[in-house]
Design a protein around this ligand. Structure first.
Ligand SMILES: [Zn+2]
Length: 326
């Protein structure tokens, strides 16, 4: 029903999105059962830490130029079949240097493949580089430096911190966010995914991001909701992912509807198409069935996401016409 609606996705991890088809190209003997066991997280994990263990298998396949290029082209195909017109893909380059590629090689290859895959298509893709909460300050600064050096080529557009919010603090990340914030690089940060509103406040006042990955537990503090509205902080909401990691026990308990009603800018995302075993089409259908959302709400979310995208106003205006015209 929602398949042909043009969509925008801002929160999507490259290493969480390897389809069965592409994994079979790396490991021709893999069965669908083995794929489901190792590349797709269970519908209910014990916690975020257990969920994150499912990135191990895809990361092993993404240590070579071939592996990285195949992962990008596979994801571009999935996005096109979901009628996504604009996507920001994110990944942590330092997780891909185990077999001899340098971090520069890794970013160069992924950015080049993104450019190749989006030529002559209706899909625009950009790249966000991630530091991780368990990284030390040096690793965070190396990632920030990659952003600064690659941003001028036009594919890399921003910086993020991801990882295990339950078990790691922001201390090692602060310097890298400050360095990029000073030179005007667009920033987003995972927060309020697992921990509550207090951690969202802490992230906002320590890292100063313009967007939050998830941020859904902000609903627990009305003053925070006012702040998000006032400062136009956009929430990259990934409903199915939050059920999998145990933040909410079922879809109808997810605060996405309340957040939209409260006037917070938010968009709908998958987080990872394989690990989360979902697509935007599937998320839209579940939102329709659970909260009665239809074209109006989906348009609003896509419009909000486009306004919060890390691209210039000309590109936003160009893509915005595609949202309206269909
Ligand atoms: Zn995420």
């Amino acid at each position: 029903m929602w398949k042909y609606m043009p969509k925008v996705e801002l929160h999507l991890h490259l290493d969480c999105s390897l389809s069965y088809e592409v994994v079979r190209r790396f490991v021709p003997t893999i069965t669908n059962h083995d794929y489901q066991t190792n590349f797709v997280a269970p519908a209910k994990c014990r916690d975020l830490a257990e969920f994150l263990t499912y990135t191990k298998a895809p990361l092993q396949l993404m240590q070579t130029e071939y592996g990285l290029r195949q992962s990008v082209s596979d994801l571009a195909r999935q996005l096109q079949s979901d009628h996504v017109i604009y996507a920001e893909i994110r990944f942590a380059p330092l997780l891909h240097i185990l077999m001899g590629l340098s971090a520069d090689d890794v970013v160069g290859i992924v950015a080049d493949e993104i450019r190749r895959q989006t030529q002559h298509t209706h899909l625009q893709m950009r790249l966000i580089l991630c530091t991780l909460l368990h990284f030390n300050e040096r690793q965070a600064m190396i990632t920030a430096d990659l952003v600064q050096r690659f941003i001028k080529d036009g594919v890399v557009v921003g910086f993020d911190v991801a990882g295990d919010e339950a078990n790691f603090a922001l201390d090692n990340q602060q310097k890298s966010f400050q360095a990029l914030g000073r030179v005007g690089v667009a920033l987003t940060a995972h927060a309020g995914e697992y921990k509550g509103a207090k951690n969202v406040w802490n992230t906002l006042t320590t890292l100063y991001p313009k967007r939050l990955g998830h941020g859904v537990r902000s609903i627990e503090d009305p003053a925070l909701i006012s702040y998000l509205r006032k400062h136009q902080i956009h929430l990259e909401v990934c409903p199915t992912s939050n059920i999998q990691t145990g933040v909410y026990s079922e879809y109808r308990q997810h605060p996405v509807h309340k957040l939209l009603q409260a006037g917070v800018s938010l968009g709908i995302n998958t987080d990872g198409r394989a690990l989360n075993n979902t697509s935007l089409c599937n998320e839209y259908q579940r939102l329709h069935e659970t909260f009665g959302w239809s074209g109006r709400e989906f348009y609003q979310c896509n419009h909000n996401a486009l306004q919060a995208a890390f691209i210039d106003s000309d590109m936003k205006a160009y893509l915005s016409k595609k949202l309206v015209n269909t």
